[in-house]
Each structure stands twice: as structure tokens, then as C-alpha cells.
Ligand binder design. Structure first.
Ligand SMILES: [Zn+2]
Length: 276
């Protein structure tokens, strides 16, 4: 179930689009990042942790998208953190009494029944500018940026050389831009520059979806994401193995994601005359 990727850092890969939950061992229990998707998976993870005497003492959601905001009662009642912007965007969603139906509409129909929403999105926002997750374990640096979703945070577990990238730097999924933002292209490129600044400290890269990468893959994935974003900006056809016939089996739908965001960007630039 849990696979060690570095000293004291383990991952659990969900069936749904290779979603990675990350467990970081601390002194009195674990930090659980983006816990998983289906109820039985999270319950099994909770059992594994409690069997090994490791309660969840803190949670973290990398960004306010449904597949990073789930929780299971058996994981307990530890504080679940996110950035202030992440929490604010959830407040906007959850204030409405009809939020559950709205979230449910966006779930993949084939597994929607297995996705528990009772504890969805109960995120405590850390004050803006918080540098590290407040918990009793290895220092976890928060690298906040505005690519992909409001208040997205990547996490750098400095002593272990692990970068938890959230929904970026995937070998399977192309950069998905936050097309509701004012400057989605520039936001994305700025986030990639932040990653470049820490790349030398990373031995293990864990994307939110896709395969774990080693030290030798960090710069390659940054370059690949940047090239994709440049192609999108320039309305060019991306030369990207994740789009098209060379996509990983089961990931052919990524081409539709690409086409969808290329069309939305084209409409935007028609509307206001500026790219992105
Ligand atoms: Zn996402």
C-alpha cells in the first residue's frame, strides 16, 4: 500500500489518474498531504497508519481542487492546512448550501459514489506568507504560487530532498492553467521559475498525478512544462509526449484537455487582444 520514496516519506497511489497521497513521518505522528480519492482507499490508508502506531497529526491540501480536498473520518480530526488563498477560495464555495451538489456534478461519474464528501474542504488557511507547515516533524517549506489554481502550494521537505509538486511537473498530465486568473501564462511560468530555484535541492519529485521522478528528472520536467506553456502561449502545436499518440496508456484524454485550454486561450486573446 504505502511505498517509501525517501527516508520517512511514503506515498500511496490512488487508482484514479495516479493520484499520489504523501505521508511524512514526524515525531508523534504523520503529516498527510492530499489524502486520496475513494473512501475505501483512504480508510485502508488510515488502517495502515493506525496499525503502525502513526496517527495523522496534520493534513495539508496543495490546492483547492476536489481531488486534493478529501478526507475520511478514520483519518481523525487533525488540523488540515492549506494556504490562505486556498482556504478563501473554499469559503466562497462552501458558504452556499448547494455546494455538495455542485461538487458532486464535477466528479468522475464512474467513481462518484465512492468519493465521500462529508469532510470535504475543511481547510484551515495558514496566514499569508507562512514559510513552513506548523507541525512536529521534518521542516516542510511552503512554495506558494498562482499557477493551476488559486493559492497552490508545492511543498519542499528540505531534510529529505522531496518536492511535493501538487498538480505540476507530471510525466503524464500537461500543465493545466488557471484560466480564470488574469495572467494564467505568466503565473505558470513564474511558478516554474520558483521550482527551478529549488531544483538543486530535490532528490525525489512527487507530482499530484503521475510517476515519482528522481533528481535527474526534475529539470527535465520543468523544461517540458515550460515548453508546453510556451507552445500554448504562441498558439503552436506542442511537441509534447503527453499530448497525442505517445501519451501513456489510459491518458489519451489529456489531448482533450489540451484542445480545451487552447480554445479558451484563443477566445480570450480574441476578446482582449492579448495572449494569455
Ligand atoms: Zn488540480
Amino acid at each position: 500500500m504505502l511505498r517509501q520514496v525517501a527516508d520517512g516519506v511514503l506515498i500511496h497511489e490512488s487508482e484514479f489518474i495516479q493520484s499520489n497521497a504523501v505521508v511524512v513521518q514526524g515525531r508523534a505522528g504523520v503529516l498527510l498531504i492530499d489524502p486520496g480519492i475513494q473512501g475505501d482507499e483512504m480508510a485502508a490508508l488510515a488502517n495502515d497508519l493506525s496499525d503502525s502506531g502513526q496517527p495523522v497529526v496534520a493534513g495539508f491540501s496543495t490546492h483547492p481542487h476536489w481531488d486534493h480536498l478529501l478526507w475520511h473520518a478514520q483519518l481523525g480530526e487533525a488540523p488540515r492546512y492549506g494556504t490562505a488563498r486556498c482556504a478563501a477560495s473554499l469559503r466562497d464555495l462552501l458558504w452556499d448550501a448547494g455546494w455538495k451538489a455542485r461538487v458532486a456534478e464535477g466528479l468522475p461519474p464512474e467513481i462518484a459514489e465512492q468519493i465521500p464528501l462529508d469532510l470535504f474542504g475543511l481547510i484551515t488557511g495558514l496566514p499569508a506568507g507562512t514559510a513552513r507547515i506548523p507541525w512536529d516533524g521534518p521542516q516542510v517549506r511552503i512554495i506558494e504560487h498562482q499557477a493551476h489554481a488559486p493559492g497552490h502550494a508545492a511543498l519542499l521537505i528540505e531534510e529529505r530532498g522531496v518536492l511535493v509538486a501538487g498538480d505540476m511537473l507530471s510525466d503524464a498530465l500537461i500543465p493545466m492553467l488557471d484560466l480564470n486568473a488574469a495572467e494564467p501564462i505568466e503565473d505558470y511560468l513564474a511558478a516554474l521559475r520558483l521550482f527551478e530555484g529549488v531544483a538543486g535541492d530535490v532528490d525525489v519529485l512527487v507530482p499530484g498525478h503521475g510517476s515519482v521522478g528522481g533528481a535527474g528528472q526534475v529539470r527535465g520536467r520543468i523544461d517540458q512544462d515550460r515548453a508546453y506553456v510556451h507552445a500554448l502561449r504562441d498558439a503552436a502545436v506542442p511537441d509534447d509526449p503527453r499530448v497525442g499518440p505517445s501519451a501513456k496508456p489510459g491518458w489519451e484524454w489529456v489531448r482533450d484537455v489540451h484542445n480545451g485550454q487552447a480554445q479558451r486561450l484563443a477566445r480570450r486573446s480574441e476578446r482582449d487582444g492579448t495572449p494569455g
